[in-house]
Design a binder for this molecule. Structure first.
Ligand SMILES: [Zn+2]
Length: 322
């Protein structure tokens, strides 16, 4: 099977009460880890590339790496998605070069400008068999070079969603209900601490999600910034020379709940980065004599694969859904 769009995936996920994981790809080992886990668990998967990934790896490599993964796992439905396309030109470039899904993120512009740019992308993408995600509301946190302070973030206004979807023709909508980009999603003062001293973030705004779904029945919703920052891996990073103080994410039980509702795509990036770093740091500490990148990257890759498998089974519920 060639790369697919997310249309069929989202329909099944919506009806089945689960979500598809959208994992960020940056290099060979991350592509291998994600797709090996998806194949073992018979789960559909979305591989997404940000502007930073395209700059780091060169988009041509990323497309070819995903095509290679598909050649090895032809039974796995795979989408290649552009994460946070900044404007029409970036989206067009991806549509023209092998992506099957693009996100236009004009959420930092006015409502009317967001509609106009998203509509333009949807028109072009649809004419080329590619689907489109857009965003309403602004997430806090750090996504590649874009940093949004908590006070500049804003929840999605449910009263905007019908007009936005109708006028743009987009296929899915990312909304802001309290998730955040990066490994430091919430400041300590926004959180409480549990008995182990770990930060507990404020709960997601399920009331907004429910109101959006009521206004857009059957329409796939996307959550960005949905890493959970697994503390067992943060601990390994810190034990072996790292300094990730007060890193905190979105609790997995809240994401599981969202996946059972109208959320069909959940974006996960930071957790994979932390897993890769934990594996490599531990390897360096335990084998200071090693200098072959294959030795230490193997441990990082194994962690990424384990994390993806955990997400598929315990958070997304997409295992066995091929
Ligand atoms: Zn995002």
């Amino acid at each position: 099977m060639p790369l697919v769009t997310s249309t069929e995936m989202f329909k099944k996920a919506y009806d089945g009460g689960y979500a598809i994981g959208a994992f960020n790809i940056n290099n060979l080992e991350i592509v291998q880890a994600i797709t090996d886990a998806a194949a073992e668990l018979k789960s559909p998967v979305i591989l997404q590339a940000s502007a930073g990934a395209r700059k780091y790896a060169n988009s041509v490599y990323l497309v070819k790496l995903v095509e290679a993964a598909l050649a090895l796992h032809p039974e796995v439905p795979m989408v290649l998605h552009l994460d946070h396309g900044a404007n029409f030109e970036v989206c067009k470039d991806c549509v023209d070069n092998g992506f099957t899904s693009v996100m236009i993120d004009y959420s930092g512009h006015s409502f009317e400008e967001n509609i106009e740019e998203s509509r333009k992308v949807a028109e072009y993408a649809h004419a080329h068999g590619v689907v489109v995600e857009a965003e309403l509301g602004t997430l806090a946190g750090i996504e590649d070079d874009v940093k949004v302070a908590a006070e500049d973030s804003s929840y999605t206004r449910p009263e905007d969603v019908e007009e936005f979807v109708k006028r743009t023709g987009v296929d899915s909508l990312a909304i802001a209900i309290g998730t955040s980009h990066g490994a430091y999603k919430f400041k300590p003062e926004q959180c409480t601490r549990n008995e182990k001293g770990i930060l507990v973030p404020p709960p997601l705004r399920f009331d907004i999600l429910e109101e959006v779904s009521r206004r857009l029945p059957g329409f796939p919703i996307v959550l960005h910034g949905s890493s959970s920052v697994p503390q067992e891996y943060v601990k390994i990073v810190n034990e072996y020379g790292g300094a990730m103080k007060d890193a905190v994410g979105v609790p997995e039980d809240e994401l599981r709940h969202a996946a059972q509702l109208s959320v069909c795509k959940i974006n996960i990036d930071s957790d994979l980065r932390i897993g890769m770093t934990a594996g490599i740091r531990k390897h360096f500490a335990e084998h200071p004599e090693h200098f072959d990148p294959r030795q230490y990257i193997t441990d990082g890759r194994a962690n990424v694969k384990a994390i993806v498998a955990h997400k598929i089974k315990e958070v997304l519920g997409s295992d066995g859904k091929i």
